[in-house]
Write a protein that binds this ligand. Structure first.
Ligand code: PLP
Length: 363
């Protein structure tokens, strides 16, 4: 079977984890510090906080945003339902409700036209899942944010769920960005995540709140003498996870390039009138390669008989009872058509040619 996902574990990650296991320090320690430094250098930005997952990182974002608004009416977040369920849990735990926006059919990200029609004073944030690591029209988003802020004289937070990417093409964009290092993501630590804050004040908040509300950075005995102003969480990472992610990091960056090259190969060679490709996206990480087919069940069945795993990966979240269903024109049109095919670093040239030939022969 040619799989849709595979965890990437480098030789260095294996060595690092043995080192941690022999070190006597398994919890948050030097490997966490080192991995944070490596991320800061790579993104060329100071405000990076490791967490134990992207899910908890996203919850910390909404804990922060809630603190910002004393007004209880400001509890709505615009988001597309097409994402992982975990993307929406943190906001709900912090008493925010998603208001559903449609998707953009050419990249499966939130549709900014729909955002424009739904934005009003009650919106506290726009939540954006970068589907498959696909790119976004940041100029347009900035314009929406600026117009909102000028009109209502308050901050419009942008929270980017970057679980599907490692390379970010606009790291200075004024948003809070949360990444995932879960098992099948580009740079895995088993389970780990990181938040890139917009500024130092936010970063300090995330660092304190990820560990009980106590500051572990100030060198004092953090347990005994500090006061606690905010109820925190146990959302910190540990050296076992960080050592794996650190050891995987360089290879993971190379893997992003491999995914992009594999996607370009598909763009060039998949030709079947029953299959519609998305437009080429030069900034996409291509964690997923998504295409449209009219007969989804038939396609999945045909591909699995050919030993190729294909899948929708995430279903619209508004179908869950915890939310409420909202018909959305584009999403309704494509919900039974989009499908992801294997695009990852583990594919050989033979695998890719086999996948292309199999798709091209589908009738
Ligand atoms: C879009 C998206 N958001 C959030 C998550 C949750 O990430 P984590 O497992 O690191 O909490 C996932 C995980 O698959 C995801 O795909």
């Amino acid at each position: 079977m040619i799989y849709l996902f595979r965890p990437y574990v480098s030789e260095q990650a294996k060595k690092n984890v043995i080192d941690v296991l022999n070190s006597g320090t398994l919890t948050q320690g030097r490997y966490c510090d080192n991995f944070e430094e490596v991320l800061q250098t790579y993104y060329n930005i100071n405000n990076v906080s490791l967490t134990n997952s992207c899910t908890s990182g996203l919850q910390l974002c909404y804990k922060y945003i809630k603190k910002w608004f004393s007004n209880d009416e400001q509890r709505t977040v615009l988001s597309s339902p097409l994402t992982c369920l975990l993307s929406h849990l943190g906001m709900c735990h912090e008493d925010f409700n998603p208001a559903w926006c449609d998707v953009n059919k050419s990249n499966l990200n939130i549709n900014l036209d729909d955002v424009e029609t739904k934005i009003d004073r009650s919106i506290a944030a726009i939540h954006i899942t970068r589907w498959g690591g696909n790119s976004l029209d940041y100029d347009r988003l900035y314009d929406i944010k600026k117009r909102y802020e000028d009109k209502y004289n308050q901050t419009l937070f942008i929270v980017e769920d970057c679980a599907h990417l490692l390379y970010h093409n606009y790291i200075d964009f004024p948003s809070i960005k949360v990444f995932s290092g879960q098992a099948i993501k580009f740079c895995t630590g088993g389970d780990i995540g990181w938040i890139i804050a917009e500024n130092e004040e936010q970063n300090k908040f995330f660092r304190k709140l990820r560990w009980a509300g106590l500051d572990r950075d100030n060198g004092e005995d953090f347990r005994s003498f500090q006061n606690v102003d905010d109820i925190g969480y146990k959302f910190n990472s540990n050296d076992v996870a960080a050592s794996i992610a650190l050891g995987n990091f360089n290879g993971a960056l190379e893997n992003v390039t491999k995914h992009q090259e594999n996607a370009a190969f598909y763009d060039n060679y998949i030709r079947n009138e029953k299959v519609k490709l998305l437009p080429y996206d030069r900034y996409s990480n291509y964690w997923l390669y998504t295409l449209y087919v009219d007969d989804l069940e038939g396609f999945i069945d045909y591909m699995s008989r050919a030993n190729i795993q294909v899948h929708q990966v995430h279903k619209r979240n508004d179908m869950y009872n915890i939310f409420w269903y909202h018909p959305l024109q584009n999403l309704n049109e494509i919900e039974d058509k989009y499908c992801c095919i294997p695009v990852g670093w583990w594919l050989s040239q033979d695998d890719k040619e086999y996948i292309v030939n199999t798709i091209n022969k589908w009738k």
